[in-house]
Design a protein around this ligand. Structure first.
Ligand code: SAM
Length: 463
């Protein structure tokens, strides 16, 4: 008999997984109720145990795989199930790409609501050692006070001590190992989140695919042990190969934010150099920069080629610009570029890169994007041929879309790391007469559920 109330669903069920959710869970159905299953993939026939029931859906874990999906593989990382960073590493890579495309299509169907072409996902050139920004929480064991460093278990703050992570360059493991071995010798303790005590909270590593060098940032809870931190920083710089510099970052707040406001260079340089679209970028501790440089290069060159093929020396608005990465990459196919970003450090960094690359046609503005758009409209109604927008996960505000519709003549190229907010925003563009040509997804984060998209939005009078 069919169960009507989710409370009456038995705790153990046998199901077949149908889809992958946008958060990387396998989706199965039982009597019409949706069940999100950890570490499951479409095609799996499994016995599951429910772990949580909500109003009309539930979460579950696998008790037994009765018949595995043909797309299942042995994860290449032994910590995959424990660590939580690579949710779908047990699915073969080609099928991961197919599932990511389906996630974008389903999200568009559910939120955008109009027919739309989603192209095949462009894979990441590297599926291992692709992650070039590493942020390890640091703590210490209760009894022996050994330093531990790694990632939190899924949906928890329980730290998994990770010795080897195959999605980041191997030398990052060596740096972390060195810190694990030497922090205590320098009189530095690991941070205990519960009591807000201890010295070293995080280690952040920015590492360059281009130079293979690393910037190491020790995030510390206090300045009392400054000499000890300095001594560890010098040891890292002097004893390890290819360290570009070591900085201290002070963060004494009870917060989930990793970096505090103040960063101090101890030795070497406070940046690493990375190459994108044949331009060299200097990346500091706080600079926003794509973590998978070779996949980012695909995205930037894709946008550049599209503009080069379809436009003749356009004026471009580069909004949510970070260190003006799009502006800088597009500067040689544009007449003029205006880049807008609200973080001052990023704008200062962009200034430096623009000067060093001898670029003359970019204006930089440090301001909230929406306020800047409004001012631009009030001043003299300038019109940009193209707007390239790359907002954070929460997407654009309604006002900023309204301003963009007036500020842009021909096309909005919307770069997004969140299909749900992209779908919501594209709907607004569509309902204001725009035509959404297609969506081109890119895989920036192999083995995770994340997916980056580029959507091409034609303005009503653009043809
Ligand atoms: C996804 S990142 C993109 C950065 C850059 N396009 C890149 O690819 O390196 C989003 C950027 O938007 C900036 N940002 C977030 N909200 C903003 C706002 N309201 N106004 C201006 N910039 C904003 C963030 O600081 C961040 O640098």
């Amino acid at each position: 008999m069919q169960v009507k109330d989710i409370k009456n669903l038995p705790n153990e069920l046998t199901v077949t997984v149908e889809k992958l959710s946008n958060l990387g869970y396998g989706i199965a159905k039982y009597d019409g109720f949706v069940i999100f299953v950890e570490n499951a993939t479409p095609g799996d026939e499994i016995k599951i145990e429910l772990t949580k029931k909500n109003r009309n859906f539930a979460y579950a874990k696998i008790k037994e795989i009765l018949s595995p999906s043909p797309h299942r593989i042995e994860p290449f990382c032994p910590m995959q199930k424990i660590c939580g960073a690579c949710q779908i590493q047990f699915i073969n890579y080609d099928y991961q790409l197919k599932l990511k495309k389906e996630i974008v299509e389903d999200t568009m169907k559910n939120i955008y609501g109009y027919p739309i072409l989603v192209k095949d996902v462009i894979p990441s050139p590297k599926t291992k050692e692709y992650r070039h920004k590493i942020q390890y929480p640091i703590s210490e064991t209760k009894q022996s006070k050994r330093i531990i460093a790694g990632y939190y278990k899924p949906a928890s703050h329980e730290l998994v001590n990770i010795k080897y992570c195959p999605i980041q360059p191997e030398y990052c493991d060596e740096i972390i190992d060195f810190i694990r071995e030497n922090a205590k010798k320098e009189g530095i303790s690991g941070y205990i989140e519960k009591t807000h005590k201890g010295n070293l909270r995080h280690v952040v590593i920015r590492t360059s695919e281009y130079t293979k060098k690393s910037l190491v940032v020790l995030v510390v809870n206090d300045a009392i042990c400054k000499n000890n931190y300095k001594s560890l920083a010098k040891k890292i710089y002097n004893e390890l190969d290819n360290i570009q510099g070591v900085c201290l970052n002070y963060n004494n707040k009870k917060t989930n934010l990793i970096l505090g406001d103040k960063t101090e260079l101890i030795i070497g340089d406070d940046f690493v150099e990375e190459k994108l679209c044949d331009r060299v970028f200097k990346i500091g501790a706080k600079t926003f920069f794509q973590v998978n440089p070779s996949s980012a290069d695909n995205i930037f060159n894709y946008v550049k080629d599209y503009i080069k093929t379809h436009f003749d020396s356009p004026t471009i608005l580069d909004a949510y610009a970070g260190i003006a990465t799009f502006g800088i990459c597009l500067s040689d196919v544009a007449k003029k570029i205006t880049s807008v970003e609200q973080v001052k450090e990023s704008i200062d960094n962009a200034k430096r890169i623009i000067e060093e690359n001898g670029i003359k046609n970019i204006d930089l503005y440090c301001e909230d994007a929406s306020k800047f758009f409004e001012k631009e409209l009030r001043n003299k109604s300038p019109k940009y041929d193209i707007a390239v927008i790359d907002p954070p996960r929460k997407g654009c505000t309604k006002e900023s879309i309204a301003y963009l519709l007036k500020l842009t003549k021909k096309m909005v190229i919307y770069v997004s790391c969140n299909p749900a907010t992209l779908a919501r925003d594209l709907k607004i563009f569509k309902e204001n007469g725009c035509k959404i040509d297609f969506i081109q997804p890119f895989d920036m984060f192999p083995h995770t559920y994340h997916i980056e998209n580029v959507a091409l939005v034609e303005l009503p009078n653009s043809l």
